[in-house]
Design a protein around this ligand. Structure first.
Ligand SMILES: [Zn+2]
Length: 138
């Protein structure tokens, strides 16, 4: 693991994402990385009470897990997915027909899908997220 890169990434990411990483994704994150995320949160003035409150909120909303116990990510953002739904999905571009596709959605995107400048729903396609999708169950 490249610790310098993890540190750099931690500095750039949102506080909400850091909170998810030290709570929801903690079990599947390397110890050294968790330490980095926790010190970044501390540097941002986030208290342990706030971290606990975030964990409690995610727990209350509920989130899905893959068969191997890893947490299912939303297709549109790094938040944990709380819903599985069939969505019309455009593969590779707008010129091809849409195909129905099983989507994992967080609470926020379950309510409203992100859209591009033309008001079309966007798909979040980070390589690592695709890997998670491929192993998804249900
Ligand atoms: Zn989302």
């Amino acid at each position: 693991m490249n610790l310098a890169r993890v540190r750099e990434d931690a500095r750039r990411t949102s506080t909400e994402n850091l909170l998810d990483r030290v709570t929801v994704y903690r079990a599947e994150t390397e110890r050294e990385a968790v330490d980095i995320f926790e010190s970044e949160l501390e540097a941002r003035g986030v208290t342990s009470a706030e971290i606990e409150a975030h964990a409690a909120m995610r727990e209350k909303d509920g989130f899905l897990r893959h068969e191997d116990g890893s947490v299912v990510r939303c297709n549109y953002c790094p938040r944990p997915a709380t819903e599985h739904k069939w969505k019309w999905h455009r593969l590779w571009g707008w010129f091809l027909p849409m195909i129905p596709r099983y989507a994992h959605l967080c609470k926020e995107h379950d309510e409203q899908l992100p859209t591009d400048a033309y008001g079309r729903a966007m798909h979040y396609d980070m390589a690592q997220e695709v890997r998670h999708e491929d192993t998804a169950v249900e």
